[in-house]
Design a protein around this ligand. Structure first.
Ligand SMILES: Cc1ncc(COP(=O)(O)O)c(C=O)c1O
Length: 395
C-alpha cells in the first residue's frame, strides 16, 4: 500500500476480516449478549461490519454516540453505560431515541435518571460496582463504581424504581489476568446476598485484552472459562442474563497506521503520526505497538534494533518510548506500519498543530499480531510481507 500510494499523510488501515474473526470468537465462546463499546472505535466501517455480523446491542457514553447508533441502526438496542450523565442527555436519549438501559453508581444519579425520564416505569438500571483493577493497564475503578460497602443500599433504592435491575463493573482496560473477572463476579454474587436484591442482568463490562509487542495476554478462552465458571456460582444465575461490553478485544487488531519517517536522529525516528494523532496509547500509557518497516525502493537491513518515536507536533509529550524494533538502516522516507491501533487510536486523534489529517485504506491480509491465532484465542505474532489494498470510501 505504501509502495503503490506513497502517501504524504498517515494512513489509517482497516482489516475488517480481523473484526469478524474477533467477533466470531466472542459469539462462539461468550454465553450471553455482546454490547459493542462504541467509544473504542466509532468509525462507520467498523460499526457496519459488527452490525452486519450480528451485533445488535451497543454501549454508548454520550448523546453523540446515541445519535450515531440510533440513526445508523434503528433496530439496535442502545445502552447508556456512562455512570455520570447530564439531565439533558438522559431526557433526550429516553424520549427521542428510546433508550431504556442506563447505569449509575450513586443515589444522586438515580434521582437524575428518574427525574429526567418523568419517573419512567420501564427502565433497566445497572448499578456499577467498583472492582479491583489491579491486573489491567488502564484503571477505571478510581473514577467510577460504588464501593462494596455502599452498594447494597443503592441496590435497594434501584430495586424500588427500576423494571429490571442489573449489576455491572469494569475490571479495567487491557486486563492481563482472567482471574480479575472471577473476583469481580464473586463480588457481584456477594452483593446479591448482602442486599437481598435478585438481579436480572450481570454485565461483566469490557477489559478483554488485545496483544501488543510488550503484552502477550493469556488465551482469550481462559477469560471465557473464568466468566462461565464464576457466573454459575452467583445466586439465581439461571434467571439472570449475562452481558459483556467488549471494545478493544473486538477491534484493536483490525486497525493499523502507516506513518512516514520524516527524520532519523540516531535511535530516534520522527514520524508524521504521534500521540496527538492515532498513537495516544504509545505515549504515556506506554503501549509498544507491533511495527514493521516498508521501503519504497531497495531492501531493508534484516538486523532489527530498538527505536523511540517522536510525533509531528511541537509538544514534547508527543513522544513514544517503545522500544520499537525496526531495521538498523531505516531512514527518512521509509514507512512504518504500526499494528493493532484499532482500539482508542483514530478516535483520539486531534488537529493539534494542524496535523491529524489521515488517508485511509482497507487491507485484506492478516493483522500484524493477533489474539485469535487459534480457536482458543491464543496470541500470535505474524510479520507481514505485502498487503492487498482496496480503495477506502470515506462515508
Ligand atoms: C463502560 C465501559 N464499557 C466498556 C468499555 C470498553 O472497554 P475495553 O475496550 O477495555 O473492552 C469501556 C472503556 O472504557 C467502558 O468505559
Amino acid at each position: 500500500m505504501a509502495r503503490t500510494r506513497t502517501p504524504d499523510n498517515p494512513v489509517a488501515c482497516y482489516r475488517l476480516a480481523a473484526v469478524d474473526r474477533a467477533l466470531k470468537f466472542f459469539q462462539r465462546n461468550f454465553p450471553g449478549t455482546i454490547l459493542y463499546s462504541v467509544k473504542t472505535n466509532p468509525d462507520l466501517v467498523v460499526l457496519d461490519e459488527l452490525y452486519a455480523n450480528g451485533v445488535r446491542s451497543f454501549d454508548v457514553a454520550s448523546i453523540a454516540e446515541t445519535q450515531l447508533i440510533a440513526e445508523r441502526f434503528p433496530d439496535a438496542r442502545i445502552c447508556y453505560m456512562h455512570p455520570v450523565k447530564s439531565r439533558a442527555s438522559i431526557r433526550q436519549t429516553y424520549f427521542e431515541y428510546g433508550v431504556r438501559v442506563y447505569t449509575l453508581d450513586t443515589a444522586d444519579e438515580l434521582e437524575k435518571i428518574m427525574a429526567s425520564t418523568d419517573n419512567a416505569n420501564d427502565l433497566t438500571l445497572l448499578v456499577r460496582l467498583s472492582v479491583p483493577n489491579t491486573h489491567s493497564e488502564m484503571n477505571l475503578s478510581e473514577k467510577f463504581g460504588v464501593s462494596f460497602s455502599e452498594a447494597p443500599d443503592l441496590m435497594l433504592q434501584v430495586r424500588k424504581k427500576a423494571k429490571r435491575v442489573g449489576v455491572c463493573f469494569h475490571v479495567g482496560s487491557q486486563c492481563m489476568n482472567p482471574a480479575a473477572y472471577g473476583i469481580a463476579i464473586g463480588m457481584a454474587g456477594d452483593l446479591i446476598k448482602a442486599s437481598g436484591v435478585m438481579i436480572d442482568i450481570l454485565d461483566v463490562g469490557g477489559g478483554f485484552p488485545s496483544v501488543y509487542a510488550n503484552m502477550m495476554p493469556p488465551a482469550m478462552i481462559d477469560y471465557m472459562q473464568e466468566i462461565n465458571a464464576s457466573f454459575e456460582e452467583i445466586p439465581a444465575s439461571g434467571a439472570c442474563e449475562l452481558w459483556a461490553e467488549p471494545g478493544r478485544a473486538l477491534v484493536a487488531e483490525a486497525g493499523s497506521t502507516v506513518a512516514r519517517v520524516e527524520l532519523r536522529r540516531g535511535d530516534r525516528l520522527y514520524l508524521n503520526d504521534g500521540t496527538h494523532g492515532s498513537l495516544f496509547d504509545a505515549g504515556t500509557p506506554g503501549f509498544v505497538f507491533p511495527v514493521r518497516a516498508v521501503r519504497l525502493r531497495g531492501k531493508l537491513s534484516p538486523k532489527l534494533i530498538p527505536f523511540t518515536f517522536y510525533g509531528p507536533t511541537c509538544d514534547g509529550l508527543d513522544y513514544m518510548k517503545g522500544p520499537f524494533l525496526l531495521p538498523a538502516d531505516i531512514h527518512e522516507s521509509d514507512y512504518v506500519e504500526i499494528g493493532n491501533t484499532g482500539a482508542y487510536g483514530a478516535c483520539l486523534r486531534t488537529r493539534f498543530n494542524g496535523y491529524g489529517v489521515h488517508d485511509a485504506a482497507l487491507l485484506k491480509d492478516a493483522p500484524v499480531m493477533t489474539m485469535y491465532g487459534d480457536r482458543a484465542g491464543r496470541g500470535k505474532a505474524k510479520q507481514l510481507r505485502g498487503s492487498t489494498v482496496t480503495p477506502f470510501p470515506r462515508p
